[in-house]
Design a protein around this ligand. Structure first.
Ligand code: SF4
Length: 368
């Protein structure tokens, strides 16, 4: 049975034509799915009854089932556990901010209140992750498979129905998106298509652990999305441990690719840097980082390491975090300390992982 979420706009038109239907039926389907968030063919009232019956028997709209949901204490972060058709589960996170939607994507929110102007969805691109960063719960749980384009876009749709309008999407959940490039890019095209979700390309950020060929490819695309790089160390020795992909694509390959991306797109690159006690948080490492990023249009997000159960890594004490930040700022590198949204529900960076329902504690998630 075909999942229409896996079809590009042209693919949907071709498929509709193969059913002997006029082309405009594809537009009607897109409108119901991506604008009205209606995922039952029988409820698409402007389609002829005969076509609705046929669609119902030959196709599906693959919105995963929400099997659990949790909210942070302040209610501003909600983690949703979605079950895919093959029973694997993935996590998607909604983050609410009061500042304007065109603010830099990953910066600190200001005075969160009831009027949420920025509604960011953090989506996954793989079930698990093959990169295996030792401080990351997802990486430690291993890799299972890539998501399809429909499974990626469906996460935004599922959240959009409960918290529309979605203003921003960060591709920063489970998985390395550039290792699932084609599906990720097709999903981004659906997110940005004016007849589908219609998000501005500049409201979308793809985060990579440093998959260099994917960065080169991304630089050639027409849509100018934001790029974030999980850097976490200014030298290969430490980065080889923290981000094992660095052994394949060391900094001497990664940094030119990132500089090329910035030069071609004129987009500011975000570097994520999880501060880990006594591993990557020393003053000389801050100075090395400043040197590495010198002259690059960029921004550094310092993230005190999110605690994950069983990890030997500890977060950097606050005083040292501020000292690290001061060194970068003193060297002229725009730097912010990321507000730790959703830590108590394990929805922070490096905390997403596949969770089986039976393992979920009542304190953390409730079944909806
Ligand atoms: S930090 Fe990102 S790249 Fe590394 S294992 Fe976790 S999900 Fe994968």
């Amino acid at each position: 049975m075909i999942d229409v979420l896996n079809l590009t706009k042209a693919g949907l038109r071709d498929w509709v034509a193969s059913l002997g239907e006029p082309e405009y039926r594809a537009g009607q389907l897109d409108h119901w799915i991506y604008r009205e968030f209606v995922w039952d063919f029988n409820a698409m009232t402007d389609l002829p009854r005969g076509l609705r019956v046929r669609l119902d028997s030959e196709a599906r709209i693959g919105i995963p089932k929400t099997v659990a949901e949790s909210a942070s204490v302040d209610g501003l972060t909600r983690k949703i556990l979605l079950r895919l058709e093959d029973e694997h589960t993935i996590e998607t996170v909604l983050m609410l901010y009061q500042d304007a939607p065109n603010s830099p994507e990953l910066e600190e929110p200001h005075n969160p209140g009831p009027d949420f102007k920025r509604r960011t969805v953090c989506i996954s691109t793989q079930v698990g992750c093959p990169i295996g960063c030792p401080f990351c719960a997802t990486g430690q749980a291993g890799y299972i498979r890539n998501l399809s384009p429909g499974e990626i876009v469906a996460q935004v749709l599922a959240i959009a129905r409960m918290a529309s309008p979605i203003t921003n999407v960060v591709v920063m959940g489970m998985g390395e998106p550039l290792l699932n490039y084609d599906a990720t890019w097709q999903a981004i095209e659906s997110l940005t298509d004016s007849e589908r979700l219609g998000l501005g390309a500049r409201r979308i950020t793809v985060s990579t652990s440093g998959e260099v060929p994917g960065i080169h490819r991304l630089a050639q695309e027409k849509l100018q999305i934001n790029l974030a790089v999980s850097l976490h160390a200014p030298d290969d020795a430490v980065r080889n441990v923290l981000v094992p992909l660095n052994r394949k694509y060391p900094l001497k390959e990664l940094m030119p690719a990132v500089r090329e991306y910035s030069a071609r797109t004129r987009r500011r690159i975000t570097f994520e840097y999880a501060l880990i006690d006594n591993v990557n948080d020393r003053p000389e490492q801050a100075r090395a980082l400043a040197l590495l990023l010198k002259g690059l249009l960029c921004h550094v997000n310092l993230i005190p390491l999110n605690p994950t159960p069983g990890s030997p890594y500890q977060r950097t004490p606050y005083g040292q975090v501020k000292a690290f930040e001061r060194i970068l700022q003193g060297a002229g590198i725009p730097t912010t300390l990321r507000v730790e949204k959703g830590i108590e529900i394990s929805a922070g960076c490096g905390q997403l992982r596949q969770v089986e329902e039976r393992k979920v504690g009542a304190r953390q998630l409730h079944t909806v």
